[in-house]
Write a protein that binds this ligand. Structure first.
Ligand SMILES: NC(=O)c1ccc[n+]([C@@H]2O[C@H](COP(=O)([O-])OP(=O)(O)OC[C@H]3O[C@@H](n4cnc5c(N)ncnc54)[C@H](O)[C@@H]3O)[C@@H](O)[C@H]2O)c1
Length: 375
């Protein structure tokens, strides 16, 4: 199979989807890898390292897209890449279709088989390929909180952990999964006064244990959030209902009661955001002020730690890339454990992921139905 690695084109997206060590395994296994010139340069991997690993270099994205059977990317295809999408190519990357009708329409109208990192789960329900980037985004949310609280970024001029004789900054984190846990533990280690909220009591129990009881917990109900948000300096939104558009757990009504110049970081923005009226931002212009509150909603937070993020992503996606390449599309779609992992979002003009279809108010067609009826 020919595996294509385009250079990422999203704003400040420095990651590359596969590192040279993984490319070497693929080429030694008789697959061809075509990588766009300088695709790895911002994450610390040169073209020479890729050619030494057996890859061929292509000067344009067009050639990579059109000559490959499997495109392995980091972020979803961007508007200027839509023209390359076609029926003969499998796209494997983060897609977040539940909040992206435009891309979904492109994938359907062009009969593309798309497999989304963020909907693939293992038999225990763990989102294997969302996990590594959520770990990074969670830690970075704590870093960002510390920066945005400073006067330099328009914040209230508070040091996250405070010093003797001052209060610690108050951080409320909504959603205690991978992002929430990593953000909470790091913010706590930096000295902040952290409260975490979730509807899953086991998750709250775990964070209490991990922090030796230092992190406070509250059940996530509108009334509880309203009560805590009033005195918070930073609120981090990290909720997820896998596959679906994010629920709006932070409402305008709550935001209007927050202290002026405090900070909201909506990590769930890639699934549409969990903050009412939130708008996506970029690493170039990461924040905007609304109702007197600093809003941060970058959709590719790990994109600016290209080296760490590419290595971690590639370590986790590689077993799937190898399986897709080894099996080929036909066998892959008949492989029960792969289909049960819930990764295929579109195939042959149909939305084959239930949560995506429901979020977009579109028709859901199970992949087995599409295959059996040979559309
Ligand atoms: N912006 C970025 O660059 C970036 C990077 C990585 C992950 N993310 C996003 O961050 C979000 C969280 O990812 P994750 O890996 O931590 O997910 P996760 O599944 O590990 O955790 C989500 C948590 O949200 C909780 N939850 C669901 N509904 C809730 C509610 N109403 N109130 C409180 N908690 C609720 C769940 O119980 C779960 O514990 C996802 O949308 C993910 O795509 C964004």
């Amino acid at each position: 199979m020919i595996i294509g690695i385009p250079k990422e084109s999203k704003n400040n997206e420095n990651r590359v989807s596969l590192t040279p060590d993984k490319v070497e395994i693929l080429t030694k296994n008789n697959h061809k890898v075509l990588i766009q010139q300088n695709a790895g340069i911002n994450s610390g991997f040169t073209d020479k390292e890729y050619t030494d690993a057996g890859a061929s270099i292509s000067t344009t994205a067009e050639k990579v897209f059109l000559k490959s059977n499997l495109i392995v990317k980091v972020k979803e295809p961007q508007i200027d890449e839509y023209k390359y999408l076609n029926k003969n190519t499998i796209i494997f990357c983060y897609l977040h279709l539940a909040s992206n009708l435009e891309l979904t329409t492109q994938l359907i109208s062009k009969n593309v088989t798309s497999i989304a990192y963020e909907t693939i789960s293992n038999p225990n329900g763990k989102l294997n390929l969302l996990y590594p980037m959520s770990e990074i985004a969670g830690k970075m949310a704590a870093h960002n909180a510390a920066q945005l609280l400073t006067n330099k970024y328009g914040g209230p001029g508070k040091l996250l952990g405070g010093v003797i004789g001052t209060l610690k900054a108050k951080v409320l984190i909504i959603g205690c999964g991978t992002v929430g846990t990593n953000a909470a533990l790091l913010a706590n280690n930096m000295g902040a006064d952290v409260t975490v909220s979730d509807i899953n009591l086991n998750a709250l129990n775990k964070i209490q244990e991990l922090s030796n009881g230092q992190i406070k917990t509250i059940y996530s109900s509108p009334a509880n959030i309203k009560e805590v948000i009033i005195s918070s300096d930073v609120v981090i939104g990290a909720v997820l209902i896998p596959g679906y558009k994010a629920p709006k757990v932070i409402t305008l009504d709550m935001i209007k009661k927050m202290k002026k110049n405090s900070v909201i970081i909506d990590v769930a923005i890639d699934q549409g955001g969990c903050v009412e009226e939130i708008k996506p931002t970029t690493h170039e212009n990461p924040t905007y002020l609304s109702n007197g509150i600093i809003h941060y909603a970058v959709t590719n937070i790990p994109g600016i730690v290209g080296n760490t993020a590419s290595i971690s992503l590639s370590n986790n996606t590689f077993p799937y890339v190898r399986d897709i390449a080894d099996l080929g599309l036909k066998k892959l779609l008949r492989n029960k454990s792969f289909i049960n992992s819930n990764g295929v979002n579109t195939h042959d003009g149909f939305i084959t992921n239930k949560e995506v279809a429901l979020s977009l108010n579109k028709k859901y067609t199970p992949i087995n139905y599409v295959l059996e009826n040979n559309f």
